[in-house]
Unconditional design. Structure first.
Ligand SMILES: Cc1ncc(COP(=O)(O)O)c(C=O)c1O
Length: 408
């Protein structure tokens, strides 16, 4: 399918909204994306036409709901090239997926003397769970530093990947710098010392083809809401043999095979990790989002986003007093910046009055802010429906704010 931006924009009702009397320019896609009508319709159709709980009942609508829910597991497996549908666990999102690994794998397998390796560019969701694991198991948390250009400093990898390293958890694409990390290389380094790998793919799966078989990662996590799908649903991919070796994280309905008053046995993969009524509507919505992305194709998405990112970088760099953080050659459509003498929160509020939605804050990555020596940054993040005209409005609004705040 050719990339028809007008057709794509027409699919997103939210893009027709006005904010403070101005057409909305939505540039906070790294936080969450808008949903195409197809996703909204899929969720609405489930509730309106065949609402039922899955897996349990024997009537028509329960069978339809189960079929729709389980079909999405195959779509997810295809999307990330997981050879085995049992390796796809539906969770509430990236954060829950990572915590599942932290509780069900790391707490059982790590102890004093072991090391957990993360990077300095992690989202708190891929840092705090490991801090908690380290606290509870006596393992040590270590970190690969970042260079000033917003890439990882892997030059002295021997220093970080050692025989003590038991788990390596890292972000595939930074939600602050946009940097795409060399995932395959990091996984190879980790496997060479016998460590298990966890890839935080919250920012990569929405934008890049991610192939878990090629990467050979042990676990990989992402969220539906950052890739056109509903909130409240995410995925944990895990190698089946690892998932098999793990005890359940949550206990309850669905995840059991037999229960007596004394003990229980567990359901097969992946249901062993899906306790209780699952996120049925959300999973069905995620399936529609995957269909939508597949129809456009990652190649077209990548090409379009690269052009738009290059254009945004060029336009922003020309603004007086502008500092852009991160110059990675391989990057996604996320740009963090600071404008001299204007606090990011003031900038975001001024831009909001112009109908332009950007993010200001620490982006759940406070260690990066500490490294940059700033309390916060502004962040514009794009997706398939943004246009160069919207970037012009962003830049014009930044210029207007700068003049108003600095008087020149
Ligand atoms: C890199 C990264 N990891 C993890 C998360 C957490 O995702 P969620 O809040 O959907 O669990 C985010 C969300 O911003 C993110 O950008």
């Amino acid at each position: 399918m050719s990339f028809d931006i007008n057709q794509i924009r027409a699919d997103f009702p939210n893009l027709r909204q006005e904010v403070h009397g101005k057409p909305l320019v939505y540039l906070d896609n790294a936080a969450t994306t808008h949903k195409p009508q197809a996703v909204i319709d899929a969720v609405s159709r489930f509730y309106g036409e065949y609402n039922a709980n899955v897996h349990r009942a024997l009537y028509q609508h329960a069978a339809e709901a189960t079929e729709a829910y389980e079909a999405v597991r195959d779509k997810v497996a295809n999307l990330i090239n997981a050879g085995d549908r049992r390796s796809i666990v539906f969770t509430g999102g990236t954060t829950e997926s990572i915590n599942l690994v932290a509780y069900a794998w790391a707490r059982k397998n790590l102890g004093p003397g072991d090391e957990i390796l993360v990077t300095e560019m992690e989202h708190h969701s891929n840092l705090v769970p490991w801090q908690l694991v380290a606290r509870d198991t006596g393992a040590t948390l270590r970190c690969i530093p970042i260079k000033t250009d917003g890439t990882l400093d892997l030059d002295d990898s021997d220093k970080y990947f050692t025989s003590r390293t038991k788990l390596v958890a890292f972000t595939h694409q930074s939600n602050v710098f946009g940097t795409i990390n060399p995932a395959k290389e990091i996984i190879e380094l980790a496997h060479a010392v016998g460590a298990v790998t966890v890839v935080d793919a919250a920012q990569s799966v929405p934008h890049l083809p991610v192939d878990v078989t090629d990467l050979d990662c042990d676990f990989l996590a992402f969220s539906g809401h950052k890739m056109l799908g509903p909130t409240g649903v995410g995925v944990l991919y895990g190698k089946p043999e690892l998932l098999e070796s793990m005890s359940p994280f949550f206990g309850g309905g669905e995840m059991i095979q037999t229960v007596t008053m004394e003990k229980s046995t567990w359901n097969e993969l992946p249901w062993k990790f899906e306790a209780g009524t699952p996120k049925i509507a959300q999973v069905i919505g995620l399936g529609a989002a995957i269909d939508y992305l597949n129809e456009i194709g990652y190649e077209a998405i990548g090409e379009y986003e690269k052009k738009l990112t290059d254009y945004t970088l060029e336009r922003l760099a020309a603004v007086e007093g502008m500092s852009i953080h991160g110059q990675a050659a391989k990057r996604g459509p996320v740009i963090s910046f600071n404008l001299a003498d204007v606090h990011p929160h003031d900038l975001a509020q001024f831009l909001d009055m112009e109908g332009v939605a950007i993010r200001a804050g620490h982006h759940c990555a406070q260690p990066i802010m500490q490294r940059l020596g700033v309390p916060a940054t502004s962040r514009a993040s794009m997706y398939i429906y943004n246009t160069s005209e919207e970037i012009d409005r962003l830049v014009q609004s930044i210029e207007n704010t700068r003049r108003f705040m600095t008087g020149n």
